[in-house]
Ligand binder design. Sequence first.
Ligand SMILES: Cc1ncc(COP(=O)(O)O)c(C=O)c1O
Length: 384
Amino acid sequence: MRAPYLSARLQGLGTTIFAEMSALAVRTGAINLGQGFPDTDGPAEVLEAAVAAIRDGHNQYPPGIGVASLRQAIAQHQQRFWGMAFDPDTEALVTAGATEAVAASILALCDTGDEVVVFEPSYDTYAAVVAMAGARLRVVPLRAPDWSFDPDELRAAVGDRTKVVLLNSPHNPTGKVFTRDELALIAEVCVERDVIAVTDEVYEHLIYDGEHLPLASFPGMGERTVTISSAGKTFSLTGWKVGWACGPEPLIAAVRTAKQHLTFVNGAPFQPAIAVGLALGDDYYDGLREALRAKRDLLCDGLESAGLDVIRPAGTYFATVDLGARVDGMDWCRTLPERCGVVAIPSVVFYDEPVRGRHLVRFAFCKRDDVLAEAVVRLKGLSA
Ligand SMILES: Cc1ncc(COP(=O)(O)O)c(C=O)c1O
């Protein structure tokens, strides 16, 4: 057999930049603000619940749709925070993280040649799962610094072949929180063209300016939306990979068929523990948001005082720096550890059309305050 072994569908989709930057951080002793995972654990009661579940014997395959206590907690969470009602027995599915929920949705819903519309830049998994499904990606550009999009470009992207509009809000990597007017427009286009929406809402609780409005809550959208989220960001437990999809029964049944043949089931002892997390009081959710707001401001103020042009995010735990048209973000990130002992990610990896994101760089601020403070000291050295 002759190389290349990677199928034609996946050519060009093996992003190694996250691994390269993390390896660079280890080699140079730099502070890693590249990959987006917290450096502290989630709430103690959730950790304890997982330990108890393991001790109590929740160690075999759970039900395919997910354990009942978690599905009930997911339905209660959707009602409590967003006023949306889902039947926990037929309209909620537990998945191996939001990543599997997105992959299973696209694989379940798309036939070869169907089109999936995403806003660009986009979380790098989207292009890969669209390719795995044999579908085609259509992108609608978000333009810095406010990350707005042109409604005509959205209308032009959603055509006869469009099966799904895949929306991520709050949005990685930009930190954009889609506004009510923008969501109303997206909803209108979905209804008008009779397409399904799949929404990735993993940062739903990490909003500092604006508010989270699930697309499924807009007129005509409840019946055509798969709403996805996960425990990773909300409980600082990214390694547990417990996610979920909610939606009308026929859509969830379709997604469940794909999930069944991807992982079948996942995370038996973690599922009841996340049920405990979802039921935590408002003080937990408010505390998480306010702690991250302070981290956002700490990092963004520091980047500004280093003389960098920062686009302060409204949500998520990522901030973007615009280096200006003449600077290549990839080169800049590759030399940043040596220049000041910090690692960031070139945003170009989130673009289908690289030329659009060449000058942008993403920093993660989901790190301990002392780590961020030290990163700021180092970054200030850049301007010295
Ligand atoms: C937009 C987006 N969706 C999904 C994920 C992954 O979620 P999970 O770990 O639950 O699969 C991430 C993680 O960075 C993300 O940024």
